[in-house]
Design a protein around this ligand. Structure first.
Ligand SMILES: [Zn+2]
Length: 644
């Protein structure tokens, strides 16, 4: 590492070399191939009874001239297929499946047929405003949609080696690079960020410098121009959804130059896609001011604006960050995509800085909010991830209209389900990072992984008991004698970590949150054990929603109370914080560890108010992992419980 905070030459490993085989994750990761991709494919064709129509494939067929009709759905509807294709590519990386591959190739044919002769691709504008392009960046989502197609094409190329899709999306990227360097677009910025990180991925996949430069231009322009505010006065402007309100620059992180931003503002998914690109570009250009901004934004999010579940963007109005410590539980927005984007940002920050702390946050987001976003059968989804639910109160035309007490089959705006699919299918990228002479183990997830240390091929086997017990065994086998290091992230929740090698227990050197284990010869084996008991967690009293309450966390997992275990009226429960929590192995869904606590239930016999304090009776509280909530009969749920 040099003195500026950059770690050089860390990279993700190809997904085909990363095989996850983990008792906790297999149930979710394998579901991507067996259930999620087929189910989501059917939704894109509008074949799921009772699910809101997607029209995604139909729109592309109309744009390709293969069907008659008009555009239906959201302006960014194409991205549902783009994310599906990206997830399909990742799935094929770990599990070859000729049928899935043929289906994906058919969909790539469709995408290419809908692409215009100049490289432009967007079914909304092609159908409704033929010949128009980039005439409403604020609302049109063309660059956002382009970014998802580019990400899918890069994934497809990296997994299959086929460059047909990649070359087609390069033509689109070339068009973007050309248009956005003309004088009329010299200060234009995307309304919804995503193209920046996608162009960077395209640069890394192809080595073509202009894609990285365009991404850098986009982030350098943001906050320095009023383009998005004055766009609706330009002759080329096309109204997409008529918004009579003036543009709010904070909403799209356009309120200040990115290097001057210190607080996470506006639409949470946009913000974290932007920060992801900022992290990539800070590392790639060695841009210290940009990295410093990323670090400030990370601190602001994790210390003041993030739910205990790794959810971000607390407001249902405008899907946005609000202010420090404003984290309401029952009206939380905490979009699944926002936590995915947070994990994406943290993965990049860990790569750019070589610091382990970012993966503490990525792990929190993935094990809790991202995983809660999908049902255990892979067929229903949360868009919004509340920390407290009373089903009857989730009423239309209220501040909880966006909160759904049960997962939904699909959404008219279906950004989240395919985003969860591509995240689960590429989970391997979160597990390891490769350096020149080192391997970083970022997540303790079991599997077998191929990498290189100092150019020598090595196989890494991880056997982990997480998230139920703090124990992992890591073995490195090299093809020929090698010298290097294995860096194992010591999670922020690990109590009394103990490392054991061939010669017994030892105390390794620590480097920015990693235990440094020397690798020498052809075989290295190390056991890593730590305490990971269920603990009570208190919130800063400035979080008014959590004042006087506690939550339960065990390792990376946050727990919650559900009506199915604790009866109705969870708000009448009090937890006795002086009594120890008791872990019950195998007591919950998917053999999860449940947690029992001593408590009280308030007894009430009056009306709405009374001068008489409630009586109470002792009771046991049963906590289950938040990621599995809502998989039984519908009912109340709460993460935070009032302390006795
Ligand atoms: Zn979403």
């Amino acid at each position: 590492m040099d003195l500026t905070g950059f770690e050089k030459n860390l990279k993700y490993l190809p997904l085909r070399d990363l095989r996850i085989d983990d008792p906790f994750w297999n149930g979710c990761v394998r579901l991507v191939t067996s259930e999620i991709l087929p189910y989501q494919y059917d939704t894109l064709w509008d074949r799921i009874p009772g699910a809101p129509p997607s029209r995604c494939i139909r729109n592309l067929k109309i744009a390709a001239g293969q069907e008659e009709g008009t555009f239906e759905g959201w302006v960014f509807q194409d991205t549902d297929l783009a994310k599906w294709l990206e997830a399909a590519a990742y799935s094929l990386a770990s599990l070859p499946d000729p049928k899935l591959r043929a289906t994906a190739e058919e969909m790539i044919d469709l995408v290419l047929a809908a692409q215009q002769p100049n490289g432009y691709l967007n079914s909304y504008f092609t159908i409704l405003h033929p010949g128009k392009q980039f005439c409403n960046l604020k609302e049109g989502h063309e660059l956002y949609t382009a970014g998802h197609f580019i990400e899918a094409a890069v994934a497809w190329y990296q997994v299959t080696g086929e460059d047909r899709f990649l070359n087609a999306m390069r033509r689109f990227a070339d068009l973007i690079c050309e248009v956005f360097h003309t004088p009329e677009y010299a200060d234009a910025v995307p309304g919804h960020e995503e193209i920046e990180l996608a162009l960077f991925r395209l640069y890394e996949a192809t080595g073509e410098e202009k894609y990285r430069a365009m991404a850098y231009d986009f982030i350098n322009r943001r906050g320095t121009t009023d383009y998005l505010s004055r766009e609706n006065t330009l002759p080329r402007f096309v109204d997409v959804w008529h918004d009579p309100n003036p543009y709010v620059p904070e909403y799209g992180q356009a309120h200040a130059p990115v290097r001057e931003q210190s607080t996470a503002e506006g639409h949470a998914v946009r913000a974290l896609y932007l920060y992801s690109a900022m992290a990539d570009l800070a590392g790639s250009y060695h841009d210290e001011a940009l990295l410093a901004a990323c670090e400030r934004l990370y601190e602001n999010i994790t210390e003041k604006r993030m739910y205990i579940t790794g959810g971000i963007g607390s407001s249902g109005v405008m899907e946005r960050f609000t202010t420090d410590y404003d984290l309401p539980n029952d009206s939380a927005y905490a979009e699944s995509c926002a936590s995915i984007a947070l994990a994406m940002f943290c993965k990049r920050m860990s790569r750019v800085t070589g610091e382990a702390k970012y993966m503490d946050t990525a792990e929190l987001a993935i094990y809790n909010t991202v995983l809660a976003g999908i049902a255990m059968d892979g067929r229903s989804f949360f868009y919004v991830n509340p920390l407290e639910v009373i089903p009857e109160a989730c009423m239309p035309a209220t501040d909880r209209a966006h909160v759904k007490p049960v997962r939904q089959k699909w959404f008219g705006c279906a950004c989240c389900p395919p985003n969860i699919a591509r995240t689960l299918a590429s989970l391997g990228e979160y597990v390891l990072l490769q350096g020149d002479t080192s391997i970083r183990v970022n997540l303790l997830i079991s599997g077998t992984f191929k990498a290189r240390i100092a150019g020598v091929p090595v196989k890494i086997a991880i056997e982990s008991s997480l998230p139920w017990e703090g124990h992992a065994k890591i073995r490195v086998r090299a093809e020929r004698p090698v010298r290097g290091t294995l860096l194992i992230r010591v999670p922020d929740y690990a109590e009394d970590p103990v490392f054991t090698g061939e010669g017994g227990a030892f105390v390794p050197k620590l480097d920015r949150g990693y235990a440094v284990i020397p690798v020498e010869g052809t075989a290295t084996a190390v056991s890593f054990g730590f305490g990971m008991t269920a603990r009570l967690i208190y919130a800063n009293p400035k979080v008014s929603a959590d004042s006087g309450k506690v939550a339960v966390r065990k390792g990376p997992l946050v727990y919650c109370l559900e009506e199915a275990d604790n009866g109705e009226g969870l708000a009448a429960l009090r937890i006795d914080t002086s009594k120890a929590l008791r872990e019950v192995p195998g007591g919950g869904l998917r053999d999860s560890v449940t947690v029992e606590a001593e408590g009280l239930r308030l007894q009430w016999s009056g009306g709405l108010y009374s001068t008489r304090a409630p009586d109470s009776v002792p009771c046991k509280l049963k906590f289950v992992p938040y990621c599995f909530w809502g998989n039984r009969e519908p009912g109340e749920m709460t993460v935070w419980v009032t302390a006795k």
